[in-house]
Design a protein around this ligand. Sequence first.
Ligand code: ATP
Length: 486
Amino acid sequence: MSDTLIEFKNIKKVFDDTVVVEDFNLEVKKGEFVTLLGPSGCGKTTMLRILGGFELPTEGTIMLDGKDISMLPPNKRPINTVFQKYALFPHLNVYDNVAFGLKLKKISKKEQDEKVKKALELVDLEGFEKRTIHTLSGGQQQRIAIARAIVNEPEVLLLDESLSALDYKMRKEMQVELKNMHKKLGITFIFVTHDQEEALTMSDKIVVMADGEIQQIGTPEEIYNEPKNLFVADFIGESNIFKGTMTEYHKARFCGTEFDCVDDYEKDMVIDAVIRPEDIVITDASKGQITGEVLSCDFKGTFYIVVVQAGKNEIEIHSLKNYQIGETVGMCIEPDNIHIIPYDSSINHYVGEITKSQEEGLLHVEFVDFEIDVEPSRIIPGATMGDGEVVGPDGEIIDTLGLYVEASFAPADADLTDDAEQGLVVGNIFSFIYVDDHYRYTVRSKSEEDYVVNDEDLWNQEDYVGVIIPEDKISFRIIEDKADEE
Ligand code: ATP
């Protein structure tokens, strides 16, 4: 028999014409502790609400124990939810709060008493039956909310940011308690958090989400050690990210040096190398694979954060030793601590259409966010304009109207400006990561196209900016089929 309990199949959710979750596919095993992790607004709660039955999916199905439950109301699902704000009834005492669901089911008083007692024992609050809610601490209220959910003996417990209202110390304690409760109860937990440390500590499986899509599914170790893309590498823990190239089999060049690595990609492929600060070893200057000068060294309780300037790169290292500012040090990285991610060559490609040929001999191309007039030879090599018609390299006349054109540019060739209207396109900063010596920003336009731009200045998420893309830095090519490219 399969040990899969829940299966999400191609779930899509649209609110007011906006797609908030897309292509969500996930299998959850019986008894697993699964965490949905991602930044605010990425769709975690929406997925939890869809599983709980509080929202219906726009597309896709949810199977539980082999049965389609997608359209069942919440009370018909063997699932209970612990909400972020606990949603306890302030005018009822602990007993009545926990017994609330049992009363609705009209089970005998004796059975209610037994079940409430057992649930309170499980959350370590035996004897609290008569207490009123306002006399309980945040942590105790949290436990009552859990007791109220587990008293119904659900197969699945959903926890929505359940620890976020607690202070740091209490949160740490509750993390351990929740883990223990999970073991004791043996049921499936689906937990939602934006706190990566919490997810790494508690989960059997983590689902990293961004912008409504799953970025990676894996064990905490897999997510931490083998991030699939730069978003995951950057979101989970601290990372140094360096741009580089593969130089040969199991060798990559970045930070001005060639390193042995275990990942194998084609020679000359452009890559990002991801290295955790704790995986860089500081050595004598003469023994390092790279050398640099210490910029800062800050004590963090159990280790020092050392920042070293090596050429143009700033490198962050976690070290047990203190270093002097200005000191020259060497740095070594073991091959299996270098994680190679192929550079995403699909970024900054946009499809447009030739809508006019201009009298001055230019073709007018319209894209979703911008329009541009281009010399025919930049789109069709060897083409010229004669008598208002485009002439191909072999003298043939080309009917260019309606042809699809792809424009692309490198992130390094574009710039950001706060005088937004100066940009070829405008949008808001959607996300950013630090690479080498600059930030790599994703700017999202109103029409939801993304533009990736390198910039040395620090912008904030949501800043409204213009993207300056010099026209001579844009490459064009005719594409056969618009649908294929999209
Ligand atoms: P947070 O950690 O801040 O709770 P989240 O990852 O849980 O974020 P969701 O609450 O699932 O994100 O929201 C995802 C997107 O869907 C957001 O842009 C949100 O504004 C939108 N959204 C959620 N519920 C609704 C709704 N009922 N109507 C319209 N939009 C909604």
